[in-house]
Every structure is written in structure tokens, then in C-alpha cells.
Design a protein around this ligand. Structure first.
Ligand code: SAH
Ligand code: SF4
Ligand code: F3S
Length: 479
């Protein structure tokens, strides 16, 4: 099989941030009509790894495939198109992908016309792409995060020309509107507000894989929210690697607080957002979050480390003191605020004293939940070049100690729910017991309770009877 390279990624181009104005265009596949024929009676299988940005991209790809008559299957052996949507944020994320391709590649032997495609953040790294290409000759389509809108045309070309196609351009990126979407959930939706990242934290690959920070037009975001409201959605989550950078690249006079306020006025019952960078979280945002009942009082505020020196080396643009004073302002202005965070343990040469500063910060802030990671060097990032004097064993030890500290707070917080009545958005039915439902409180605590399947997608009241570290048990309150 011949390989056709349309574009190959390049890290130097991926990190360039030359022009500041955002380019906009509209979704317009070339082969849409032919694809409607090709997709008839055919199935696709898609497997997504990574963050909400990737999940939302999956929904776009589903929308495109369904617009050309493909139908989703959860059985890869039945599929005519298999897409693996990858994440590159840590080594273990990449390892999962290698395993997944290893499991799925056999279907190409059975079905010679199968499209086996790899996309997402992993393939944006040239050295990883080289490895994938050598290791998996079965894969016949690679496309990047900037080529999602071309999915149908790329499938068309791979199918008809029997080539292995590589279409990954490292570019700053644009905003493409009116793409199709087929959402994974009928009452909770993700809404992109800003793509990419300009922060270049020294450990992180995301700015290289996702391009520059670029905001959608305010009016386009609001149109999407309005449609979701009309369709009966109960919850929306605004997405961005850094939502509070919204609008800085546009000349429209709107910032993230305006996005929140305008959406809140439309009356969607629950509005969430992720992720917020502590560096540019404004007092105006805090005021708007406090003002509207339907903006959930949950802020995911990744701290990464409690040591100002480590934060400096990470390029995070804030100190421990700045972070703590921001938390103080948030807690004083937003009653009932629930804070969550991301923490990296074992940044190169992190000392025990610096690690202990993370422990004291965690004890002080009292997070309701946290994602903790052992530092994973990412090729091409500045931190990966630092020689590291901390062993992996020591990092694992610190990781376990950190989790213990966090769990003390999380457990105490969970206990404080007992006896209270909370609004819960019913998420689904338990896999093991169909009389058991689960859902989330406004503060994002997972609750299990007995109830009928017909309640899924509704907001109901639940009294909390029992608590575990990461979940609560309750009973429905009938009014
Ligand atoms: N944009 C978000 C996070 C994106 S990545 C933010 O800035 O908060 C999600 C989390 O993965 C990060 O917050 C960080 O804690 C973690 N992470 C990123 N790169 C990592 C690396 N090289 N090793 C370990 N954890 C990493
Ligand atoms: Fe990565 Fe930092 Fe950007 Fe978050 S803000 S995506 S951690 S570079
Ligand atoms: Fe992973 Fe890319 Fe998201 S690296 S965390 S899928 S932006």
C-alpha cells in the first residue's frame, strides 16, 4: 500500500504563535454527496481517550459520519470505519492507545476495505507518529486535531485510492463553525468556547497538539446554547483549556464572565465550565458565578504544585500566595463553593520541602476533588530537557502521600452531606442493579439512590444517608 503524505507534523511550527487574529471559516466537505452513498448501510466505531476536548471532537466526528449515513456500532468487528481518538498528555495515556490499536488492527486483515484511522493529540507529535507508522502498517489514515472538519474527504480518498493517508498539519489553527454534531448525551452537553492554549506550561504538550488560543464568536456560542435550551438540555459545560482567556484574541468586547452571564440568563438549569487557569481568573468572573443560581458553584482550578519555585519552573505565571489569595476571594464571595484541582507530583528535581508545600496547600484549600499525576516527560517540551535527580520510587511515594492528604479532606467533605437534601441531575441506571440510579449534585458529588429509570435526565431532590470517599448514598425525597 502506498503512503500519501498531505502534511506531516512539525513541533517548531506547532509552537509558533505569530498572528494574533483568529481565522474563521465554515464547514464545507467536498465529497459530501458521494459520502452519503458510501456510508449507506455502513457502520463506524469510535474510541476516544483524553479530555473533554477530545470527547467533544468525537461528537463532531460522529455528526459528520452520521450526516453521510454511517451508523454507530459498539462492536468494532462490525465496523467499516474505526477511529481511535488519542491523548498525549502523559505516557500512560499513550500506552493505552498502543494497546487499543494492537487489539483493533486485526480487523483490517478480515476486512480489506476497512478504514482504520488514528487521530487526536498523539499524532501531532512527529516522533510518536513515526513510531505509530512503523509499528502499525495496518493503519491507513492519520489525521490531526486541525483536520477534523476534513474527515469525510479523507475517508473518501483513503477508500477509493487504497492509500495510507497522512494529513496532519501543525498550524496555529482556525475556528470552523457549523460542523455537524451528534451528542453523546441527551441532557448534558459540552460547548466549546475557546480552542488551543498559549500558556506553554513547561511540562505540557497540549499547546503543541491543539494550536493557539482562539475563541469562537460570542454570537455563535450563544446560538448553540439557545438550541440546547430549546432541545431541553439540563446542563451545559463550557470548554476550553483555559476558559477565562475567552475573548482575548477577538475584538468583540466580550470576556468569559459575559459568556457565563448571557448563558445564565437563557435559563439552562445547570451551567458548568472547565478548565480555569488561576493566572487570569478575574473578580468579575467571581461576581457573575456568585450572582446566578444556575451557574454551578464549582471551580476546577488546577494548582499543579504548592511551591512557588516549582510553579515558576513550570511556567504557571502565579505563586503559591497568589493562588491562595484567589481561593480566599472565591470562598468569601461564592458561598458553598466547591473547588477541585490538578496536581503534578515529581516535577524534575522537586525537593521534599517543595513537595511538602503541596501537602500544606492541599490541607489549607480543602478540595472537594482532585486529579493527581506523576510527572511524565513529554518530548519537545522544555521540562523534558531537565536532568532529574528524583527517582520514580520516590515520586510514587510522594504520590501516595498526597492522595492520602487529599482523601482526608474529601472524606470529611462527603460526610458533611449526610442528612442534607440536595438537587441531583439523574445521570443513568446502575449497570449491576437496574433499580439503582446515579446522578450528580450541583457541587458535582456522585450520588447513588433507588429510583425508576424514567427519572433519567431530570433534576430531583435526594436526601443523603451515607457517605463514601468518592460517592454518596441517598433516597429520593417526594414532595
Ligand atoms: N488546560 C488545563 C489542563 C490540561 S491537561 C489546565 O491548564 O489546567 C490536564 C492536566 O494534566 C494538567 O492540569 C496537569 O495536571 C496534567 N499534566 C499535563 N502535562 C503533564 C505531564 N507532562 N505530566 C503529568 N501531568 C501532566
Ligand atoms: Fe497545558 Fe498549561 Fe495549557 Fe493547561 S494551561 S493546557 S497545563 S500548557
Ligand atoms: Fe489529552 Fe489532547 Fe486533551 S493531550 S488531555 S486529549 S488536549
Amino acid at each position: 500500500m502506498k503512503t500519501k503524505i498531505i502534511n506531516y507534523p512539525n513541533l517548531n511550527e506547532a509552537k509558533s504563535r505569530v498572528k494574533s487574529e483568529t481565522e474563521f471559516s465554515f464547514y464545507s466537505p467536498i465529497h459530501i454527496n458521494e459520502m452519503k452513498e458510501l456510508g449507506k448501510g455502513k457502520k463506524y466505531y469510535i474510541h476516544t481517550f483524553g479530555c473533554q476536548a477530545n470527547i467533544r471532537d468525537e461528537e463532531t466526528m460522529k455528526g459528520m459520519l452520521e450526516s453521510s449515513n454511517y451508523v454507530q456500532t459498539s462492536d468494532p468487528s462490525q465496523a467499516d470505519v474505526i477511529i481511535i481518538n488519542t491523548c498525549a498528555v502523559r505516557e500512560n495515556a499513550e500506552d493505552k492507545v498502543y494497546g487499543d490499536i494492537g487489539n483493533l488492527k486485526k480487523y483490517r486483515k478480515i476486512n480489506k476495505k476497512l478504514i482504520l484511522a488514528i487521530c487526536g493529540c498523539m499524532v501531532e507529535q512527529p516522533e510518536i507518529l513515526d513510531i505509530l507508522i512503523n509499528k502499525f502498517p495496518e493503519v491507513n489514515l492519520y489525521f490531526g486535531t486541525h483536520e477534523i472538519d476534513q474527515l469525510l474527504d479523507l475517508i473518501f480518498e483513503t477508500y477509493h485510492n487504497d492509500v495510507r493517508l497522512i494529513a496532519i498539519k501543525s498550524k496555529q489553527g482556525e475556528v470552523i463553525e457549523n460542523k455537524n454534531v451528534s451528542r453523546n448525551n441527551e441532557f448534558k452537553a459540552y460547548v466549546n468556547i475557546i480552542y488551543g492554549c498559549n500558556k506553554f506550561c513547561t511540562y505540557c504538550i497540549v499547546p503543541y497538539t491543539r494550536g493557539k488560543e482562539r475563541s469562537r464568536h460570542f454570537a455563535d456560542i450563544m446560538d448553540e446554547v439557545r438550541e440546547l435550551k430549546k432541545a431541553g438540555y439540563q446542563e451545559i459545560t463550557f470548554l476550553g483549556q483555559n476558559v477565562n482567556a475567552y475573548g482575548k484574541d477577538l475584538d468583540e468586547g466580550h470576556d468569559f464572565a459575559d459568556v457565563l452571564e448571557e448563558a445564565a440568563k437563557m435559563g439552562i438549569p445547570r451551567i458548568r465550565f472547565t478548565t480555569s487557569h488561576p493566572w487570569d481568573f478575574s473578580s468579575k468572573m467571581i461576581e457573575i458565578i456568585a450572582k446566578y443560581d444556575n451557574i454551578m458553584k464549582c471551580i476546577h482550578l488546577p494548582v499543579q504544585s504548592g511551591s512557588s519555585e516549582v510553579l515558576r519552573l513550570m511556567g504557571r505565571r502565579y505563586s503559591r500566595e497568589h493562588y491562595l489569595s484567589l481561593v480566599k476571594e472565591m470562598r468569601s464571595k461564592i458561598p458553598g463553593l466547591s473547588l477541585s484541582t490538578d496536581i503534578i507530583v515529581g516535577f524534575p528535581n522537586e525537593t521534599v520541602e517543595q513537595f511538602n508545600e503541596t501537602l500544606t496547600l492541599v490541607d489549607e484549600v480543602k478540595y472537594e476533588s482532585a486529579f493527581t499525576f506523576i510527572y511524565s516527560p513529554r518530548r519537545g517540551t522544555p521540562a523534558a530537557k531537565i536532568e532529574d535527580n528524583v527517582s520514580y520510587e520516590e515520586k510514587s511515594r510522594r504520590f501516595k502521600e498526597l492522595v492520602k492528604h487529599l482523601e482526608v479532606n474529601i472524606e470529611a467533605d462527603s460526610k458533611s452531606y449526610i442528612g442534607g437534601v440536595y438537587k441531583v441531575l439523574v445521570d443513568g441506571v446502575s449497570k449491576t442493579d437496574k433499580n439503582m440510579l446515579s446522578g450528580y449534585t450541583e457541587s458535582n458529588k456522585l450520588v447513588h439512590f433507588k429510583g425508576d429509570e424514567s427519572l433519567v435526565g431530570k433534576i430531583i431532590k435526594v436526601k443523603i444517608l451515607e457517605s463514601h470517599t468518592y460517592s454518596l448514598i441517598g433516597e429520593i425525597v417526594n414532595e
